[in-house]
Ligand binder design. Structure first.
Ligand code: AMP
Ligand code: MG
Length: 386
C-alpha cells in the first residue's frame, strides 16, 4: 500500500529500508578524500613506529647531573638506530624524528643549552598514537585529508570505498529548453539538471543527465525503461504534482509501483518514491527550490552523508518567519556567526520557484509544523556547506 502525506522522518525511514548494495572499490590514498569508507581500517604498524625525538636537542639520561653531560655523537632523522646503550654521562645531539638511543630516557631542547632541563615527554613513544591492530577508521566515515594521512602512517596504500552510484537525472516538462539554445516564448531553461548533477557529485555519486523529456507518457516510459537498465537510481524532476500532465506520478500510481507520495514539508510537498522495473525511482518536484530542498532532506541521508552537506545548528532569528500548517517549513535564511552566537536573517522572498533565494541565503530553517517564528526566537536550521 502506498503511503501518503508522511513526515520527513517516516520518508527517511522508508528510504533507509531500500538501501543500496554498494560495491567496494580500492582507491589510492591521494584520491580517497571525500569518499565514504566501506570497511573498518586497522593499524598495520604502530604510530610512532619507534621511540623518537619531538625536538632538536640532546638525548640524555635523567639520572645524570646536567653539568656532567658529554656529547658523543649526533643522530639524525632517518639514521640507523644506535644499538650500544649509553654509558653514564653520555648524551647524543638529536634531531626531530630521530630514533632515541638505548639508555636515554629524556630530551633537552637545543634552546635550553646542553646543561638545560630535561623532559621525558619530549620523547614520542612507540604506539602512543595508535598501536598495531587497533581500529583506525570506521566503515561509513567520510574520508578526510587527515584520514588519508592516518591510513598512510599506519601502513596502507589504498582504502576500500563505496563505489559511486550511477544516478540518472530525467528533467520532465514541455517548457524545458536545453542550456545554450535560445528561449522561445513560454519556455524556461532546465536548471534542475545542473543543480542535481552538482548535488549528486557532492554526494560522491555519478550523475548522468538525460535531455529534457516532454510531458507525454510514451516518451517518458521509453526513457525510464532505458535508464532502469543502466543506473542504480533514477531521479526525475517535475511531473509529480496534481497537474494534468504530471505523468511521473500517474505512471507510477497506475502501475502500483509507488511506495510513498507527498511529504509533510514546505517547500517540496509532492515527492514520489517507487520503482521502475526494479530500479528505485525518486520523483522530485519541478520547482527549483523544492527539488534541491528535497534532495538535501531525503536523498542526502539515503545515498550519502549529511556531514558533507550541512550542520544542524540553533540560531537566534532577527526576522520573523511564517511556518506552515501541519508540515515542517524550510525557509531559506542567512546565518551569520557573531560574538553573541549564530543569528539568522530572512533576506529574500520565499517562493519555491526563486532559485536565487538559495544563492543569497545559506541555510534552511527547520520550523516545526503550525509554528511561526518571532524576532528573538531560537530556531533549528541546516547550515549548508558550500
Ligand atoms: P512541475 O513539478 O512539473 O509541476 O513543475 C513545477 C515548476 O517547476 C514549474 O514552474 C516548472 O516550469 C518548473 N520546472 C520544472 N522542471 C524544471 C527544471 N528542470 N528546471 C527549472 N524549472 C523547472
Ligand atoms: Mg511539469
Amino acid at each position: 500500500m502506498m503511503e501518503t502525506l508522511i513526515t520527513v522522518e517516516r520518508a527517511r525511514q522508508i528510504l533507509a529500508s531500500h538501501s543500496f548494495k554498494w560495491n567496494i572499490e580500492e582507491v589510492e590514498l591521494e584520491f580517497a578524500q571525500g569518499r565514504i569508507l566501506a570497511e573498518n581500517i586497522f593499524a598495520l604498524n604502530d604510530d610512532p613506529a619507534f621511540d623518537n625525538s619531538s625536538i632538536d636537542g640532546w638525548a640524555v639520561q635523567s639520572s645524570d647531573l646536567p653539568e656532567s653531560r658529554i656529547e658523543i655523537g649526533k643522530i639524525f632523522a632517518g639514521s640507523q638506530p644506535i644499538t650500544t646503550p649509553l654509558k653514564p654521562r653520555e648524551i647524543y645531539r638529536i634531531m626531530t624524528g630521530a630514533p632515541i638511543p638505548p639508555g636515554s630516557d629524556a630530551l633537552v631542547m637545543i634552546e635550553d643549552g646542553i646543561n638545560g632541563q630535561h623532559r621525558k615527554e619530549y620523547i614520542r613513544r612507540q604506539g602512543e598514537n595508535i598501536s598495531i591492530g587497533e581500529l583506525a577508521l570506521s566503515a561509513g566515515d567520510i574520508i578526510t585529508p587527515a584520514c588519508c594521512a592516518l591510513a598512510a602512517t599506519i601502513g596502507h596504500t589504498t582504502l576500500p570505498v563505496r563505489s559511486k552510484l550511477r544516478i540518472a537525472i530525467i528533467p520532465t516538462g514541455d517548457e524545458l529548453t536545453r542550456l545554450g539554445e535560445p528561449l522561445q516564448p513560454g519556455q524556461i531553461y532546465d536548471s534542475n539538471s545542473v543543480a542535481l548533477a552538482s548535488l549528486i557529485r557532492k554526494a560522491g555519486a555519478e550523475p548522468i543527465i538525460i535531455k529534457p523529456t516532454a510531458d507525454d507518457s510514451k516518451s517518458l516510459h521509453s526513457i525510464l525503461d532505458q535508464c532502469a537498465k543502466d543506473v542504480d537510481l533514477i531521479l526525475t524532476s517535475g511531473g509529480v504534482s496534481m497537474g494534468e500532465k504530471d505523468y511521473i506520478k500517474s505512471s507510477l500510481l497506475d502501475r502500483d509501483a509507488a511506495i510513498f507520495w507527498k511529504i509533510l514539508m514546505r517547500p517540496g510537498g509532492p515527492p514520489l518514491f517507487g520503482y521502475w522495473n526494479d530500479t528505485p525511482l525518486f520523483g522530485l518536484p519541478g520547482n527549483p527550490v523544492s527539488s534541491q530542498t528535497v534532495f538535501y532532506l531525503l536523498i542526502v541521508p539515503w545515498i550519502s552523508h549529511p556531514d558533507l552537506f550541512y550542520r544542524k545548528v540553533t540560531v537566534k532569528m532577527e526576522d520573523k518567519l511564517r511556518g506552515a500548517p501541519n508540515r515542517l517549513c524550510l525557509r531559506r535564511i542567512h546565518i551569520t556567526s557573531t560574538n553573541e552566537g549564530l543569528t539568522g536573517h530572512s533576506l529574500t522572498h520565499q517562493g519555491s520557484g526563486n532559485v536565487r533565494s538559495l544563492v543569497l541565503n545559506n541555510a534552511l530553517s527547520l520550523i516545526p509544523p503550525n509554528t511561526d517564528v518571532d524576532v528573538g526566537d531560537f530556531l533549528e536550521a541546516l547550515w549548508l556547506i558550500v
